[in-house]
Ligand binder design. Structure first.
Ligand SMILES: Cc1cc2nc3c(=O)[nH]c(=O)nc-3n(C[C@H](O)[C@H](O)[C@H](O)COP(=O)(O)O)c2cc1C
Ligand code: SF4
Length: 655
């Protein structure tokens, strides 16, 4: 359904004492950013029209629990690898109280723009993501399939202490000024580790029957309520159905109803775990690009029938049209989004303005934003760099010739034009997009097409002169009187064997039969996507990688989703394998650990992705031209889209 005015999205909603101006929540996510950058990140999204924003209240002490031996480190170092203060000790209370002003800055950053602040109380249990040098704890001595630490099972007295820590943290959270609290009962973390029969193997009153497994979340809810009294509503986030043997939709409905009875003010439905690796690679809470949109909407719909409090839903809801559809269909009362708002902080304001003048910049779903490193977004270089990349109008408008219409060139052209420069963007191919064009075709991902449609419209709105099937050479630069030349000509494949150019990977006809993909040291999605393309044609495909695994550098959810594809399509993956050449019809191989030499007698069609190299010699290309010259993106050094767009934007913002 297409709605231009989004009547359901724009409806205000009240949950207890919290009144939100519309139905879009930027769900909790803790992008790794230093405080000043996080504040700017939050503020930009609050200004962009959302109704509610969630934060992870980790710094307030709940998850800092010294279950191992050792003396507490000085306050401050408990956030890294020191022994943390016990949150119930006097020193602990004082240390975590001192974090209140830090969190209050987050709250102020959104409330100042009319957005409700929702603070999330989170304890990961066994699924602790960073190594704190402390033992992890859980309901039972289990381990998370991804994090793999073996947990210390909480004793009854430790459970009581932890529940008291929830109370103290809730009270501390209240003094930050939040409008609501949310218990993190989802994503395979501690509360779910008590709820789920797959995790919880206890024989005492905290495990076994449904009532016993409910005891921990109910006690936590009661403790948080005691901490804040009646001051703010408290909701809970839950994960959708677990794999066989775990919580199913009937259990989730019963859990939600029981929590509502106990005073939960809303239920927020998410899905899956951090990696999606749980009795098979499946649902991750930051869904991979292979996940269809609205992954958890059906679950939310079922839960909404079981409770009378508002239901929220998150997971791969990427546009305001989709949000409207979810709300209009009665599946949820509030739609939570994260990545769509990273990609475009003004998504809500643009849609609700009703002008239809500017489309939102679409998220392409590759999950560059979900690494254990500072936030970076492949399509929005400004995410997390709002100050560094603020676009000031130029004082001296110049004529800028951008050569190469891939992600780096496009971003540079858009940023420079937005600042008031006169920009021409030339592209040798018939369409803009560079690497994204073959990638869109072979991955069959509509999102790349959506992104390219967005940039075409944006370039037109910014009056960038786009010339396709045009060579950006010295004659053009002179003729056009360029003051500045930006070379964004991307990378090329020398393809000594197999194919002449990457753009032809998807060309027909290619020789039938088996395929060997040389992934080399590319530890990202490229080799996996190309392999998947050929495997989907029913060919026997061998993937050689010099890494321990292909995709070793890919974000967890996308990695496991793609590796599952490889397994299902019976791809022959050979780790630690370098290809040194094709001679006499045989591919010559070297084991990268032992240096053992071997051969592959009938490799079939060989796709060499290792030979990717910068496509221009910048010094030679425009030698003798009287213009400032810059090289960006893969032409500077072949990397990923996230690097190319950042290069492009940084240069465009600085020229
Ligand atoms: C960098 C990052 C950090 C996240 N941290 C949290 C968190 O602390 N608590 C939580 O409940 N969800 C967290 N999430 C999950 C999001 O709230 C959301 O459920 C997920 O991104 C799916 O929504 P989307 O498809 O709109 O991005 C995080 C997501 C990202 C990308
Ligand atoms: S990094 Fe990728 S998945 Fe994350 S918000 Fe940006 S485009 Fe979307």
């Amino acid at each position: 359904m297409r709605s231009t005015h989004y009547p359901h999205v724009r409806q205000p909603i009240t949950i207890g004492s919290m009144a939100a101006r519309n139905r879009v929540m930027m769900a909790t996510h803790g992008p790794r950013l230093p405080q000043p950058r996080y504040l700017r990140y939050l503020e930009e999204r609050a200004r962009g029209g959302i109704g509610l924003a969630g934060f992870n209240l980790g710094p307030l002490g709940l998850m800092q629990f010294p279950f191992g031996p050792g003396r507490a480190s000085p306050p401050g170092s408990e956030m890294m690898d020191g022994v943390p203060h016990h949150p119930l000790s006097r020193a602990g209370r004082e240390a975590y109280d001192r974090m209140v002003p830090f969190i209050r800055e987050w709250v102020d950053a959104v409330q100042r723009h009319g957005v409700c602040a929702v603070g999330q109380l989170y304890h990961p249990g066994a699924a602790q993501h960073s190594d704190t040098f402390q033992p992890v704890v859980s309901s039972s001595p289990m381990s998370d399939e991804f994090e793999r630490h073996r947990a210390h099972p909480l004793t009854v007295s430790e459970i009581a202490e932890l529940i008291e820590a929830y109370r103290l943290t809730a009270a501390r959270a209240l003094s930050t000024g939040v409008d609501a609290l949310e218990l993190h009962g989802a994503h395979g973390y501690l509360i779910q580790q008590f709820l789920s029969p797959l995790f919880n193997r206890r024989q005492d009153e905290w495990g076994g029957s449904f009532e016993n497994r409910m005891r921990f979340p109910l006690a936590v809810l009661a403790a948080a309520r005691a901490g804040v009294e009646d001051a703010v509503p408290i909701g809970i986030r839950l994960t959708g159905p677990e794999p066989a043997g775990g919580l199913d939709i009937v259990d989730l409905a019963a859990i939600s109803a029981r929590l509502e009875q106990a005073g939960a003010a809303y239920v927020s439905i998410s899905g899956g775990s951090y990696s999606g690796l749980w009795r098979g690679a499946g649902n991750a809470y930051v869904p991979s690009a292979l996940t269809p949109w609205g992954a958890n909407v059906a679950t939310a719909h079922a839960i909404r029938k079981a409770v009378s409090v508002p239901v929220m839903v998150s997971g791969a809801i990427a546009t305001l049209e989709q949000a409207e559809e979810v709300l209009a269909s009665g599946s949820a009362d509030i739609v939570c989004m994260v990545r769509a708002l990273m990609a475009d902080p003004e998504l809500v304001a643009k849609g609700l303005s009703g002008s239809g003048n500017e489309a939102a910049r679409p998220c392409i779903g590759g999950n560059e934003c979900h690494y254990g490193r500072p936030l970076a977004c492949a399509v929005n270089p400004r995410a997390g760099r709002e100050d560094e990349l603020a676009l000031a109008t130029t004082e001296k408008a110049r004529r800028i010739l951008v050569v190469g219409g891939g992600p780096a060139g496009i971003e540079c052209a858009m940023a420079a034009a937005e600042r008031g420069h006169t920009v021409t963007l030339v592209e040798r191919a018939r369409e803009l997009g560079g690497m994204l064009v073959p990638l869109a075709r072979i991955s069959r991902q509509a999102r790349f097409g959506d992104y390219l449609a967005y940039v075409r419209a944006r370039l037109a709105a910014l009056a960038v002169d786009v010339r396709l099937e045009c060579d950006g050479n010295a004659a053009l630069a002179v003729d056009w009187q360029a003051d500045i030349i930006v070379l964004a000509t991307g990378a090329a494949w020398s393809m000594p064997i197999g194919l002449p150019a990457n753009a032809q990977i998807d060309a027909a006809p290619l020789p039938a039969g088996p395929v060997t993909v040389i992934g080399g040291r590319d530890d990202h999605l490229g080799p996996l996507v190309v392999t998947d393309h050929f495997a989907a044609q029913g060919r026997a495909v061998t993937l050689l990688t010099e890494c321990a695994s292909p995709g070793q550098g890919v974000e967890a959810a996308s990695f496991y989703a793609m590796m599952r594809r490889m397994a299902e399509r019976k791809v022959d993956i050979r780790p630690f394998t370098a290809a040194s050449g094709l001679r006499d019809g045989q591919l010559h191989l070297r084991h990268t650990l032992t240096n053992a030499i071997g051969t592959m007698p009938e490799p079939g069609l060989v796709i060499d992705l290792e030979s990717r190299h910068a496509a221009v010699d910048p010094a030679a290309a425009f030698a003798g031209i009287d213009a400032e010259c810059h090289v960006i993106g893969d032409a500077l050094s072949p990397r990923r889209m996230v690097h190319a767009t950042l290069d492009g934007f940084r240069l465009g913002a600085a020229l």
